[in-house]
Design a protein around this ligand. Structure first.
Ligand SMILES: [Zn+2]
Length: 286
């Protein structure tokens, strides 16, 4: 594997990428909550609330490892939904490896400590754990003025409320509204620092859920939102079959980082208005 010394932007106008993951957020809950800031991104972007799925083990740590690495679970080696230091970090070349090797500033702000296992500390210039939607947005808003090239933000609330009160419960929808307020604060900070126009924003989730779990017995456990908004992105509902592994590939493509031959994910070219070079006939990693 050869890592690049520099990156050439592949998509005109994209200067940085922000990936936001709402843990356990079902796509059909977005309008019900409602989440006006996220609905605004959907309105301005390319999205699907029906055609995207996570991997065959719809759990937080394995799913996020695949989201950020473009690899199915057999290649990340993240089989367990708990951080065990002896297992090491997610294997393979992930989007943080590529961005950091290209000299980009990389930032992760997460709501669960086990997400440390997603990327080696040396590839994240900033890594913060904060608890609660408000604390996450406060941290991100404070970091934005220093700039970033790749940022991953993780809100834990929907999953925590889902397990306690049930997916689609009032408490679940309420924390999604809190997460949407947090998103609004982050968007405002991008605006205030003159960074919004050059930022590609990708909003997704690691899994859905039903009743009080996401064990993988119903499609609602696997289905995730996939929303892309920013420079070079068409305004349309996507028809592509998307897997969470396509998140890393799409981010790499937008940043001009080399797509890796062993990745299971591919860029969602449809969102960029490019011809579909290769497509999944069924969700990858299922
Ligand atoms: Zn989760």
């Amino acid at each position: 594997m050869v890592l690049p010394a520099t990156a050439t932007p592949q998509v005109a106008g994209v200067q940085r990428v922000l990936i936001v993951s709402y843990d356990g957020m079902r796509p059909d809950a977005i309008a019900l909550a409602p989440m006006p800031n996220l609905l605004g991104l959907i309105d301005q972007g390319a999205y699907t609330l029906t055609n995207a799925q996570t991997i065959d083990y719809p759990a937080t740590l394995p799913s996020h490892a695949s989201m950020l690495s473009g690899l199915c679970m057999d290649k990340t080696g993240i089989y367990l939904d708990k951080y065990f230091a002896y297992m090491g970090y997610s294997q393979g070349v992930d989007i943080f490896d590529l961005a950091h090797a290209a000299g980009m500033r990389t930032v992760m702000v997460v709501g669960k400590s086990k997400l440390r296992q997603l990327a080696e500390p040396e590839t994240t210039d900033v890594f913060e754990i904060d608890y609660g939607e408000k604390a996450i947005s406060k941290a991100v808003v404070e970091l934005i003025p220093s700039g970033f090239d790749l940022m991953f933000v993780h809100f834990a609330g929907p999953d925590l409320r889902g397990h306690k009160y049930g997916w689609m419960s009032d408490a679940y929808l309420k924390v999604m509204r809190d997460g949407d307020v947090a998103l609004g604060e982050i968007l405002q900070a991008l605006d205030d620092n003159g960074l919004r126009a050059g930022t590609l924003i990708l909003v997704t989730a690691d899994h859905g859920g039903h009743d009080k779990s996401h064990i993988g017995t119903t499609i609602e456990d696997f289905r995730i939102p996939w929303i892309l908004s920013g420079p070079g992105i068409l305004h349309k509902e996507l028809t592509s079959t998307i897997g969470t592994v396509d998140t890393a590939a799409s981010a790499a493509y937008a940043l001009g980082l080399p797509l890796q031959a062993d990745w299971d994910g591919i860029p969602v070219y449809e969102a960029f208005g490019r011809p579909i070079i290769k497509k999944h006939d069924s969700p990858p990693c299922r």
